[in-house]
Design a binder for this molecule. Structure first.
Ligand SMILES: [Fe+2]
Length: 205
């Protein structure tokens, strides 16, 4: 079965003023749709791969036939990253991580503020298009990583808990070159309830 564009969990204007409606609309209806279409187009060449989840394909990119590996990495990655990204944000976000996650962040980064500073720094300084992530490693340690283009942490044996899209298409209409202003604004939209759920799921699997 072909992969479908997942439903956006809120309206285009619902993350205003942090994320403007026009950016949200283009990002979802054009960019995410295009990743979805191109991901499916790649899988059409090897339709047996429709039986695997996008997570499986991205976790084991080496097992993907070479003629579509780059397309799956880029477009499957774009499809999956954006599917996660919409869920990290909410019009009515829970502003604080749950107790367990707060404790883990404090343990691994020194304090919640130190985690926030490190995340900001990575997202702000990332060169070119990509993503910054809070991830959990196989040995359950939390860290911050950046990925290029549409790479997802699961291709590097890391489980993504939270991530920010730092492609210019995510912010240029409203923030132009001021990526730091976008990151500041985006921070207000993070749904920490959801991130805490991701933490619990990653911890128990
Ligand atoms: Fe994007």
């Amino acid at each position: 079965m072909k992969h479908e564009l997942p439903k956006l969990p809120y309206g285009f204007a619902d993350l205003e003023p942090y994320i403007d409606a026009r950016t949200m609309e283009i990002h979802y209806t054009k960019h995410h749709q295009t990743y979805t279409d191109k991901f499916n187009a790649a899988l059409d060449i090897h339709p047996e791969l429709y039986e695997k989840s996008v997570e499986e394909l991205l976790t084991h990119l080496d097992a993907v036939p070479q003629d579509i590996r780059t397309a799956v990495r880029n477009h499957g990655g774009g499809y999956y990253n954006h599917s996660l990204f919409w869920q990290y944000m909410s019009p009515h976000p829970s502003a604080e991580p749950g107790n367990d996650l707060h404790t883990a962040l404090t343990h691994d980064f020194g304090s919640f503020d130190a985690f926030k500073d490190a995340f900001y720094k990575t997202a702000t300084n990332h060169f070119g298009s990509g993503w910054a992530w809070l991830v959990m490693s196989l040995d359950k340690k939390l860290s911050i990583i950046e990925t290029q283009n549409q790479d997802n942490p699961i291709s590097q044996e890391q489980k993504p808990l939270l991530g920010i899209d730092i492609w210019e298409h995510a912010y240029y209409l409203k923030y132009q070159q001021k990526r730091a202003d976008y990151i500041d604004a985006w921070w207000h939209t993070i749904d920490w309830n959801h991130v805490t759920e991701n933490y619990h799921r990653a911890e128990t699997h």
